[in-house]
Design a protein around this ligand. Structure first.
Ligand SMILES: Nc1ncnc2c1ncn2[C@@H]1O[C@H](COP(=O)(O)OP(=O)(O)OP(=O)(O)O)[C@@H](O)[C@H]1O
Length: 458
């Protein structure tokens, strides 16, 4: 290691240097704070030994200057027995450790081993941060660009409110149909906030049973329910100091709602099966495609929780109400996917463009993205044609007189079940995933699962 010894006593500088050099370290010495600060600024020392009594100089002040200049700098304080309390204060100010004078070679060696470990951990953290940055940039390049500017005045107002609120700690509720980009917006709010370097943790409310969801949120103690084989921390703990994103909050079971309310109001929670109140400071962003006011009326959602979540609330308009944005998103996606495929596709033909505008896009951006990806594969020439884009759904088609032969016509002699089953089968037939199918149908995945089971659709 490269080590700097800062002490005004020549004998200490000399003996410590000899001991350290004998262990193979590179050592420099400084007899006062000014020289020490100059060398620390110029060089990267792995460890600094700093005497707190440096003649007229205040060692604690020098320590603070070092920490301010290089927060990662490991500084071990030399201290006399009588000044242990000062040494403790020094560690509170950012010193790594302290060594009481006079010290033995073994005590010095113990400090060096500890410092080496700390340096290794620091290097690992730096490397992990770099890896995360690289991965983030790879992910960004592996998906179409995100667009947060809008040509639509209503959407512009909503985005403006959202991104102005990003810098505060206010809870934010994002409403909007499935696929309008609520999760993407939640992440963007976090990235534009003062918490951007802190954790961003997502909890998808409907994906789990009530008990598991509670455990995922708050953690549990071993034996608190069947299958709880060890103590765990929940996502609230993981998000402490950062943002907790509660996706599909409208599905949050009634039993868990008071616990979330307590977290929002008191910043307190308890792990399942534990009788100890814990603190967590999280900024909550919630999203739902449900009408929460209707859920309050039907007794499925607590009004007090709604008002806590709703400090700032915006509704992201559906894509069909933003035709100018629709065209821009479609072009972005087309450029991205054609680039990925190495195909030269210049844009949409007239028929392609009007098909794009005619389609109601019930699955919003998610559906549009999938449709454009598919169209770049299907396009025969250098333009996307109407035939490459989603065709009218069976229900829309059957609205007209020329329903498919043997198909179901709206208003014909069919039960609602028959119509529902036929529609489900058609959508499941073309949607790329169950998630997309649920989005297009405007239901959550659990409901889709129940319906498939009911109609025997595999
Ligand atoms: N701002 C955006 N710019 C470009 N593409 C976007 C944007 N927002 C969303 N998308 C696309 O739409 C997809 C769906 O977005 P997201 O999952 O955020 O929607 P959602 O409203 O949370 O849906 P759900 O309610 O079903 O969870 C994203 O994976 C992305 O491909």
């Amino acid at each position: 290691m490269d080590i700097l010894i800062v002490d005004d006593e020549k004998s200490i500088r000399l003996t410590t240097s000899i001991a350290l050099e004998a262990e193979g370290h590179y050592v420099e010495t400084a007899e006062d704070g000014t020289l020490a600060l100059k060398r620390i600024k110029e060089e990267n020392f792995d460890l600094v030994f700093l005497d707190l009594r440096l003649g007229d100089e205040d060692g604690l002040e020098i320590l603070q200057k070092i920490v301010a200049m290089k927060p990662q700098q490991l500084v071990t304080i030399f201290t006399a027995h009588a000044s242990i309390s000062t040494a403790v204060k020094a560690t509170q100010l950012g010193a790594f450790d302290y060594l009481e004078k006079p010290f033995t070679p073994d005590q010095l060696r113990a400090i060096l081993i500890k410092a080496q470990k700390a340096r290794k951990t620091q290097a690992e953290v730096v490397q992990l941060k770099e890896t995360v940055q690289e991965l983030k940039s790879e992910v960004r390049h592996a998906s179409p660009p995100l667009r947060f500017v809008s040509e639509d005045p209503k959407t512009r107002v909503e985005f403006d409110v959202l991104f102005r609120a990003a810098a505060t700690s206010a809870s934010i509720l994002i409403l909007g149909e499935s696929g309008t980009g609520k999760s993407v917006i939640a992440r963007e709010i976090h990235d534009r906030s003062h918490l951007r370097d802190k954790p961003f943790v997502t909890v998808s409310c409907p994906s789990l049973s009530k008990e598991l969801l509670e455990s995922v949120l708050f953690g549990h103690m071993k034996g608190s329910f069947t299958g709880a084989i060890k103590d765990t921390w929940g996502k609230v703990h993981a998000a402490d100091g950062g943002t907790l994103f509660l996706d599909e909050i409208g599905e949050l079971p009634m039993e868990i709602q008071p616990k979330l309310l307590r977290l929002l109001q008191e910043r307190e929670y308890e792990r399942l099966g534990e009788n100890k109140v814990r603190q967590a400071d999280v900024r909550v962003i919630a999203a739902t495609n449900r009408d929460l006011k209707a859920s309050i009326r039907s007794g499925e959602f607590r009004e007090d929780l709604y008002y806590r979540l709703n400090v700032i609330s915006v509704t992201v308009p559906p894509l069909r109400e933003r035709p100018a944005d629709l065209a821009k998103f479609a072009k972005d996606y087309l450029d991205f996917f054609s680039g990925q495929l190495g195909r030269k596709i210049d844009g949409f033909s007239d028929s392609g463009r009007s098909a794009l505008m005619r389609h109601p896009w019930p699955g919003n951006l998610r559906e549009l993205r999938n449709a454009i990806e598919r169209s770049t594969i299907l396009a025969r020439g250098n333009h996307v044609e109407a035939e490459d884009l989603p065709q009218p759904t069976p229900l829309a088609a059957s609205n007209s007189a020329d329903a498919e032969p043997g198909g179901l016509g709206i208003g014909g002699e069919h039960s609602l079940d028959e119509i529902e089953q036929a529609h489900l089968m058609k959508v499941l037939g073309w949607a790329p995933s169950l998630h997309d199918a649920a989005a297009v149908l405007g239901i959550d995945k659990a409901t889709l699962y129940r319906k498939r089971k009911r109609f025997g659709i595999h």
